[in-house]
Design a protein around this ligand. Structure first.
Ligand SMILES: NC(=O)c1ccc[n+]([C@@H]2O[C@H](COP(=O)([O-])OP(=O)(O)OC[C@H]3O[C@@H](n4cnc5c(N)ncnc54)[C@H](OP(=O)(O)O)[C@@H]3O)[C@@H](O)[C@H]2O)c1
Length: 326
């Protein structure tokens, strides 16, 4: 089969002939892949620097995909599904190929009226955005929400999810004018430009200028200066949930801010979701996406062009989620 293949840590995968996966036993499904996104997690795993350790090489990356089940439990055969893999985290191949094997218990049958590429673009990024808001931050109707990195896949999904979950005011922060414009169209009430080189105190002041009493909930895929600035913009009882470190490895927390406001800084990872909860959240998100309330803009790229697409994601210049189609 054709597959994207990583042959060295940190090197972009190239399209190549790769052995078909073995037909799985009773716990697995064989999926004919129709779409697979290139995400920061894929790039991190292939770099060999993730906390999962260096991947066994060569391997096919792709921690998630969409396709049609060709072999597995009878109730799944012929079904259109979304599926996760552990490619790059444990030995074995992932979704950036014509065929992939997945755990039958983790496969999510798809009923929503959405293109396979739209489902792939939403995928785990949208699951994280929803779960952070609904469960980790326990967003209550009417609360104010700040979404950092609102131009990214998590951020775009979080703006829409915050609206669906009843947020009172949604503020989106991002670097580019295009991302800020997109956030407005997704339902943000106000936007804040993230400026390179700006200090945390100045950014905190500009963030606080968009709400009355600070933010009840912050979705933080960035850490670094924006994350640090957002902690100081929390309201009394506010919760900042960090789920990534795209802007820096650490968030600096002012003890007086935490104590005086009984605020909380929390962490989140999709890895701790059960397959059942992951399926429930994805199905919910896709239902809202089909209704037009949640979206992640994306570009569709042939698998044969994976090298250039991957390099763009790794360099942070992709602009939109890239979805590969075999
Ligand atoms: N914990 C979890 O379970 C989980 C799940 C999903 C994602 N994540 C993490 O969350 C983060 C975002 O994921 P994603 O899927 O949304 O990725 P993405 O689509 O690639 O978006 C990344 C976003 O980060 C912004 N960004 C990068 N560096 C920045 C900086 N120095 N200052 C300000 N903004 C910066 C980018 O802005 P530009 O558009 O201006 O470049 C872009 O909007 C990643 O670190 C990812 O690993 C974690």
């Amino acid at each position: 089969m054709r597959a994207a293949t990583v042959t060295a840590p940190g090197r972009a995968p190239e399209p190549a002939e790769h052995p078909d996966p073995p037909v799985p036993d009773g716990d697995g499904v064989l999926v004919e892949v129709t779409a697979s996104p290139i995400t920061p997690l894929d790039v991190l795993c292939a770099s060999g620097t993730s906390y999962f350790g260096a991947p066994a090489l060569p391997y096919v990356p792709g921690v998630q995909g969409v396709g049609v089940v060709r072999h597995g439990p009878s109730e799944l055969v012929g079904r259109r599904v979304w599926f996760p893999t552990t490619a790059g985290m444990t030995p074995g191949d992932g979704a950036m190929a014509a065929l992939a094997v997945a755990d039958a218990a983790a496969v999510v049958p798809l009923d929503a009226a959405l293109d396979d590429t739209a489902v792939a673009a939403l995928g785990l990024s949208a699951v994280a955005a929803w779960e952070v808001l609904e469960r980790r931050a326990a967003l209550a109707p009417g609360e104010t929400v700040l979404v950092l990195a609102a131009g990214g896949a998590v951020g775009q999904a979080a703006v829409g999810a915050a609206r669906v979950l009843g947020a009172g005011r949604v503020v989106a922060a991002a670097r580019s004018e295009e991302a800020l414009e997109r956030a407005r169209s997704l339902g943000a009430d106000a936007v804040v430009e993230l400026r390179t080189g700006e200090g945390a105190a100045d950014l905190t002041a500009r963030l606080l200028g968009t709400v009355e009493d600070g933010f009840d909930v912050v979705v933080d895929p960035l850490a670094g200066v924006p994350g640090t600035a957002a902690v100081s913009a929390l309201a009394t009882g506010g919760r900042l949930v960090n789920l990534g470190s795209s802007a820096g490895p650490a968030v600096t927390v002012d003890s007086a801010v935490l104590r005086s406001r009984s605020a909380a800084v929390l962490g989140y990872t999709n890895v701790s979701l059960t397959p059942a909860r992951q399926a429930e959240v994805l199905t919910t998100v896709l239902r809202h996406a089909a209704a037009g309330s949640i979206a992640v803009e994306h570009d569709v790229v042939p698998l044969e062009e994976v090298g250039a697409a991957w390099a763009a994601v790794a360099a942070g210049r992709a602009g939109r989620r890239i979805v590969l189609v075999p």
